[in-house]
Design a protein around this ligand. Structure first.
Ligand code: GLN
Length: 280
């Protein structure tokens, strides 16, 4: 019978013919998920225990699916964003560390009582929930076109005890004119023809959350004029975008009369977030 230790010894080896990898840390995470135990238990006390054949089969299947490129968050049903544990399903994009830059920038100005913040196209709720966690006095609302994504976002808000108002809708269509202090969005921005959409990881994620149309900028063409209508004078728009799109985004912001337009790099040093202030 295979022991936990025996399984670990062979599971992280590269799987020939599979496109992805499952590094040992991820084999551990999958093991904790299957065996419902902590990492300490997995690696220490239980390591010499024989694995139940059913557990072994389920664990092996998840490791193979990971080798096949399926995101870890979908396999275990959760991930962490801004230190918040979030439930994740294939109905939502897996939140990325680079999106934390957007949150950091949004929080570079204090959000207080009376401030109204919107996360447009919220997916799992990641941005809205991080903003509410850090700015409990501000009003935070979030929308998504996908009812299934909204169900995930609402479940996350409930579990975390964070009060965010959710509505089903496209971008900023339903927002009252000149009512918002801050609008943040991580819209789809990959060009439709980019082969990476069918590559490792991304091919498992909702196409609607990734495919930004022929030029990758379709969502921004709705978001930027929408923000001009929805922002109060002095309000800010922040968007995540592809690392080559900074110059185009800055131009679109300026054409829409945003001031103080700037692009910020992500942790990998790639231009990733553009922001601007609408002075009214
Ligand atoms: N950051 C994601 C990626 O390139 C894309 C997210 C998006 O399109 N909003 O993997």
């Amino acid at each position: 019978m295979t022991t936990v230790r025996g399984f670990l010894a062979q599971a992280a080896r590269p799987a020939p013919g599979f496109p992805g990898r499952c590094p040992i840390q991820e084999v551990w995470t999958l093991g904790c998920h299957i065996l419902q135990c902590s990492l300490a238990q997995l690696l220490a006390s239980d390591a010499a225990e024989p694995l139940h054949p059913e557990d072994e089969a389920r664990w092996r299947e998840l490791v193979l699916r990971r080798h096949n490129g399926e995101p870890l968050a979908y396999l275990v049903g959760h991930t962490e964003f801004w230190s918040l544990p979030l439930k994740i399903t294939p109905d939502v994009l897996v939140p990325r560390p680079e999106t934390e830059i957007l949150v950091e920038r949004a929080l570079s100005q204090t959000l207080a009582r009376g401030d109204r913040c919107i996360d447009a196209g919220t997916g799992s709720g990641a941005i809205a929930l991080a903003l509410k966690k850090e700015s409990p006095d501000a009003f935070v609302a979030a929308c998504d076109r996908s009812p299934k994504a909204l169900a995930v976002a609402r479940a996350n808000a409930r579990t975390l005890g964070l009060e965010v108002a959710f509505w089903a809708g496209s971008w900023l269509d339903a927002i009252e004119a000149h009512s918002c202090t801050l609008i943040a969005a991580n819209p789809p921005y990959i060009e439709s023809a980019d082969p990476c959409l069918d590559g490792d990881g991304l091919r498992y994620e909702p196409r609607d959350a990734l495919d930004g149309g022929t030029d990758g900028l379709t969502a921004f063409a709705a978001l930027i004029p929408g923000a001009v209508r929805a922002l109060r004078p002095g309000g800010r728009l922040l968007v995540e975008h592809g690392y080559t799109q900074g110059p185009q985004l800055r131009m679109l912001f300026k054409q829409a009369d945003f001031g103080d337009v700037a692009t910020h790099n992500d942790y990998a040093g790639h231009p990733r977030v553009t922001e601007g202030i609408w002075h009214g």
